[in-house]
Ligand binder design. Structure first.
Ligand code: PLP
Length: 375
């Protein structure tokens, strides 16, 4: 079932209901347009990394836009996808799994896994022969908001050994990497693709597929990232490195797929004489990620009467609603000089790693998503 927009936009809902709980507004049209943009621009299979936002309305609308394959990291994510799309293809790309988790995946018919050490490959011995094993490569590559290679992945030498082991066990060999999230630098992909070529050649293995990960940047600060330029860069680099033998490509965006489809609306609870503001949401809620990534500059302020605040701006310290002193944004936020208690502060592009990370700490949290026709 597709969500039918109940409201033209967040402002209309705010004006009517004056919500006093932090809200998320979801625009299915934006999500479906982004899914089509990936499918048209990326020369390979587009999968969605469920962890960015596992909301049922997200999964449903991605399926409606033609996405059929999903990057999942846990049994619960697998069940969530299959609940909205029974024949969805699942790529189990969390390289560390318990035997019980592997058993669930096998029972669900998962035939794509990632591995980053021999022990994890051993754990997959019950997976039927022929299944795809993508060796997860990690390189010290800069360009992202934070480095995913610190936790998962092997360097080139071990990747060569693992690829040979994958083939020796009768599995289908592929390679995967993740350049790090919110990566706006196309050369990060190019560095990886070069090394993948060397690894495959040295191992003497023809790769079935190359999964170039997620990491595509969402629109957070300044201009919107040029996704097509990154897609073209990836294609050109794969052609240059592999020529005729190029493996089929796969990507697994989370953030860039879903970020723009949601706006987070918070409310000013208190305005202090030093200029600081207390919002009804903070780092335990929809602003969780601001601890690790610079806050978006796509912030607008609406009065209770529905007027957008403009004029001069000032840097304000922003506190969240809980009684915990660390519940504050690490950096001051540029907000209008003219502001009042009861105003709404709207953060655009908050669909990824926002709702999925929200807690109910201290009795706060986010209201159920409200569907809108436009953001
Ligand atoms: C988190 C993750 C993704 C999605 O990353 P984004 O930066 O949100 O695009 C893709 N693949 C794997 C294996 C991941 O762990």
């Amino acid at each position: 079932m597709r969500e039918t927009p109940n409201w033209p936009d967040p402002r209309a809902h705010i004006l009517r209901h004056r919500p006093d709980t932090a809200m998320v507004y979801f625009c299915p049209a934006v999500l479906q347009a982004t899914a089509r943009r990936f499918q048209q621009g990326f020369d390979g299979l587009v999968t969605y990394a469920v962890k960015a936002n596992a909301g049922e309305e997200v999964l449903t609308n991605l399926v409606a836009a033609g996405i059929r394959a999903f990057d999942v990291a846990s049994p619960r994510e697998m069940y969530a996808v299959r609940a909205v799309c029974p024949d969805a293809v699942l790529h189990y790309h969390n390289p560390v799994r318990s035997p019980e988790e592997v058993a669930v995946a096998v029972a669900l018919g998962v035939t794509s896994y990632s591995v980053d050490c021999a022990r994890e490959l051993d754990k997959l011995s019950g997976v039927p022969a022929g299944a795809e094993m993508s060796v997860r490569l990690a390189l010290p590559v800069a360009g992202a908001a934070y480095d995913f290679g610190e936790k998962f992945g092997v360097g080139p030498d071990q990747a060569i050994e693992l690829l040979s082991a994958v083939v020796a066990r009768g599995f289908t060999p592929s390679v995967t990497f993740h350049p790090g999230t919110q990566c706006a630098d196309p050369t990060a992909w190019a560095s990886y693709i070069k090394v993948v070529g060397e690894v495959a050649r040295t191992a003497g293995v023809t790769l079935a597929r190359l999964n170039v990960g997620g990491g595509f940047a969402a629109h957070r600060i300044g201009a919107a990232p040029d996704l097509e330029a990154i897609f073209d860069h990836i294609r050109a680099e794969v052609d240059a490195v592999f020529g005729e033998d190029a493996p089929a490509l796969v990507c697994e965006p989370g953030r860039a797929m879903v970020a723009d489809a949601f706006t987070l609306a918070t409310r000013v609870k208190a305005l202090r004489s030093d200029g600081s503001v207390f919002l009804n949401d903070g780092i335990y809620g929809g602003l969780f990620e601001m601890r690790d990534i610079e806050c978006t500059d796509r912030v607008t302020v609406l009065t209770e009467e529905g007027v957008w605040r403009g004029g001069a701006m000032q840097a304000r310290i922003v506190f969240g609603p809980t009684c915990d002193s660390i519940d504050r944004l690490p950096d001051a936020l540029l907000l209008p000089q003219e502001m009042a208690e009861g105003d709404y502060v709207l953060f655009a592009g908050m669909g990824a790693y926002s709702r999925s990370l929200t807690t109910q700490f201290n009795g706060y949290g986010l209201g159920a998503p409200v569907t809108v026709a436009a953001l």
